[in-house]
Design a binder for this molecule. Structure first.
Ligand code: GBE
Length: 503
């Protein structure tokens, strides 16, 4: 579809520049606000088959189908963090990060995913990583699942088989038992909205099983139950002694109406519910369960397709209650925004078709090195406000935010991306009264960017993937973030420069 420039958006950008230049802009982060960076096991660890690690669905898929990745690469070695984690922690310390968000590879500690098959070498690795972080005054924040399911469990149907919730609870227990004495910030899943797409493409996210509108909803249904089981297990057996906090990382774009028509306003709200609400509403809303508009539309389409039941499974009343409220904070990943309007799109059936919107970018939004990512800082402020209102003011921790380059040390576009997004967070806090408690830069260093291989780089530190030593070198953005992490303030210069990029 054709993109149209919205004068309203241009105006907003101009006003934003005015606001940050005005004396009223508060450029200081509140006391207790945490700064950190993030990574994920498959993207950085390498050592894919070392010391007893089992095969994950990403190992499996990319060994069988190297052509699924633009540069034919995979995460076999990646940043070699399995051997070089001390170098990672050294740069985290240099940055002055308060915490490090990393993920645990399920098959590294449980090669088949089963609790009767523990790989002690894997447990030892994460113990060393966690100890080294703690010794350096950096809090570990652990994602239990950043997409690398044990292949053994995939062979049983993976996330489409309800039995997965048993296995996930067993896995969570192993994590609390072994690491819960030192890990106080947990995330069960990273971006369900992304890994459910493992069922919407024949050559996409693992496992790349093409069952759109069915496999993705089954994944959603079971991961929500699995999340709740991990949460309740912690509540019942570990919280009293370990006293940590648990959440689930949800990614969302801001879905801006294409025009100021009522139809586009409705489409925008519906899109928010399909993108974010489908996973957030069951957990964060007062009433629980899937958003009404999602339930309604999938049920209606399923019926029209002549099915005996909805493609989106139904929670029992007990399960709605069991899932509702299973959070201690709201973990949010934000990268970009869209313009949305009502439109029939997507495969029949599919979540796109159920959602019934078309998404586009305003041509005035600056591009990045990733086709899916345009720079829209004000979208983050709107998104934070939407969550604040929709879910009654939960504490929000930004667990990912970042932008890509194609390999450079002078990454001024990243400097501008971060400063402009941090400026919007400050406005959400000081002007809108939202509760934002932390910020995580994706990513600490360049790493294996899934289907884009090593062609798109999100790091504050550059990594030379042609050198077996995988040296980490600070980009310009690392210096700026270091200053922000230390002063807990947005530098006036950077702040104005950052905001200009959105006008
Ligand atoms: C996050 O996802 C991930 O958590 C993190 O692992 C990743 O490294 C980071 O973003 C940067 O991508 O053909 O390129 O248009 C786009 C962010 C696929 C949300 C990319 C999936 C953005 C959802 C496919 N998108 N991602 S294409």
């Amino acid at each position: 579809m054709k993109c149209t420039v919205s004068t309203g958006l241009l105006l907003l950008g101009v006003l934003a520049v005015g606001a940050v230049q005005g004396a009223s802009f508060n450029n200081t982060f509140p006391d207790g606000f945490l700064f950190g960076t993030a990574s994920a096991a498959y993207q950085v660890e390498g050592a894919w088959n070392e010391d007893g690690k089992g095969e994950s669905i990403w190992d499996h898929m990319l060994h069988v189908h190297p052509d699924f990745v633009v540069d034919g690469q995979n995460g076999d070695v990646a940043d070699d963090s399995y051997h070089r984690y001390k170098e990672d922690i050294a740069i985290l310390k240099e940055l002055g990060a308060n915490f490090y968000r990393f993920s645990i590879s399920w098959p590294r500690i449980m090669p088949t995913g089963e609790a009767n098959n523990i790989n002690q070498a894997g447990i030892d690795y994460y113990n060393k990583l966690i100890d080294e972080l703690v010794d350096n005054g950096i809090q570990p924040m652990v994602s239990m699942y950043h997409w690398d399911l044990p292949q053994w469990l995939q062979d049983l149907g993976g996330w489409t088989n309800p039995i997965i919730t048993d296995y996930f609870e067993d896995y969570a227990r192993v994590l609390y038992e072994n690491f819960g004495d030192r890990v106080k910030l947990w995330v069960t899943f990273n971006e369900p909205a992304t890994f459910m797409t493992g069922y919407t493409s024949e050559r996409g996210m693992a496992p790349s099983i093409f069952k759109p509108g069915v496999g993705d909803y089954l994944t959603t249904h079971h991961l929500l139950i699995a999340h709740a089981r991990a949460y309740h297990l912690y509540d019942e057996q570990y919280r009293a002694t370990q006293q940590g906090k648990i959440s689930i990382t949800l990614s969302s774009s801001w879905e801006e109406p294409l025009t100021n028509s009522t139809a586009d306003a409705i489409a925008s709200e519906r899109s928010m519910q399909f993108v974010l609400g489908i996973h957030a509403h069951p957990i964060y809303s007062k009433e629980g369960d899937y958003p009404a508009v999602v339930r309604e539309r999938v049920d209606k389409n399923s019926k029209a397709e002549g099915r005996t039941r909805s493609r989106l499974p139904v929670f029992s009343k007990e399960m709605v209650e069991y899932i509702r409220g299973t959070y201690d904070y709201f973990a949010l990943n934000y990268y970009t925004s869209h313009l949305v309007t009502e439109m029939d799109t997507g495969y029949d059936p599919s979540i796109e078709r159920d959602c019934y919107v078309a998404r586009s970018f305003d041509p005035s939004w600056p591009e990045s090195s990733s086709v899916w990512l345009r720079v829209v800082p004000w979208g983050l402020r709107k998104l934070i406000n939407w969550i604040h209102k929709e879910y009654d003011g939960p504490e929000i921790i930004i667990t990912e935010n970042g932008v890509s380059d194609r390999g450079t040390l002078d990454d001024q576009s990243r400097v501008s991306y971060y400063t402009s997004h941090l400026a919007e967070i400050l406005k959400a806090i000081h002007e809108d009264g939202c509760n934002v408690g932390g910020f995580t830069a994706w990513s600490l260093m360049d790493n294996f960017e899934w289907l884009r291989g090593y062609s798109e780089r999100f790091g504050l530190y550059s990594v030379d993937f042609s050198d077996p030593a995988r040296p980490r070198t600070a980009k310009a953005s690392a210096q700026v973030m270091k200053e922000i992490f230390h002063t807990r303030q947005l530098p006036e210069q950077a702040n104005v420069r950052g905001s200009k990029s959105i006008s």
